[in-house]
Design a binder for this molecule. Structure first.
Ligand code: HQG
Length: 179
């Protein structure tokens, strides 16, 4: 499968496994899983057929690891806006994590801290390179450092998704360092 098709399938699956399962008539279980067979039937019925081989390739995509397949069921590893409980165990973060964003939202971030916006959690990256890529989706990237070690010491609970994205409910301004 070429890069372009891979990206298209990945985006289509993200849309329905994270945000709008109803749109193609699938129902996610409380932890976000749906039967692979049901998913493939639903996408075909909605004019976007995906083969099993293509699905396997998207899931194996080393770049992002957006999805997991376990026992014939698939789910998005993170990034949901629909209510799902990913059942991730709390885990101690490294001393610093990073957040890639753009200059336009800095006044609001400085005032309110980092908010989950449309997702369930604030997403943080383990390194500057990843955060730079995340920020670059929106324009010229600005990378903020988050004092995750102090946050953890202060009782904030961190999780790490299966594809290595760090998740937390909120990052208060006091723990954010501007570049
Ligand atoms: C910003 C991609 C105003 C925040 C990536 C970001 C990531 C605020 C935007 C994943 C704010 C939310 C997540 C505040 C935060 N005021 N703006 N108080 N707090 N923001 O897309 O972190 O391709 O929901 O800086 O790789 O950009 O989906 O979050 O610009 O891992 O697999 O509000 O999405 O992965 O945007 O990206 P998003 P994100 P996938």
């Amino acid at each position: 499968m070429d890069e372009q098709r891979l990206k298209k399938v990945s985006k289509y699956l993200s849309k329905h496994l994270r945000h709008q399962p109803d749109r193609i008539g699938i129902t996610l279980d409380p932890h976000g899983w749906v039967d692979v067979d049901d998913l493939l039937r639903a996408v075909a019925a909605h004019g976007f057929p995906v083969s099993e081989t293509e699905l396997a390739e998207v899931v194996a995509d080393n770049d992002k690891q957006r999805f997991s397949i376990v026992d014939g069921r698939i789910r998005a590893n993170q990034g949901h806006s629909v209510a799902v409980d990913l059942d991730l165990p709390p885990i101690e973060p490294p001393a610093y994590l990073f957040h890639g964003t753009v200059a336009a939202v800095l006044p609001s971030i400085t005032a309110d801290g980092l908010r989950p916006m449309n997702r369930h959690h604030v997403h943080l990256s383990p390194d500057r390179e990843t955060a730079t890529r995340v920020g670059a989706r929106r324009g010229r990237p600005v990378v903020l450092s988050v004092d995750s070690g102090s946050m953890h010491a202060a009782g904030h609970v961190f999780y790490r998704s299966d594809n290595g994205v760090w998740l937390v409910d909120h990052v208060p301004p006091a723990f954010i360092r501007l570049p």
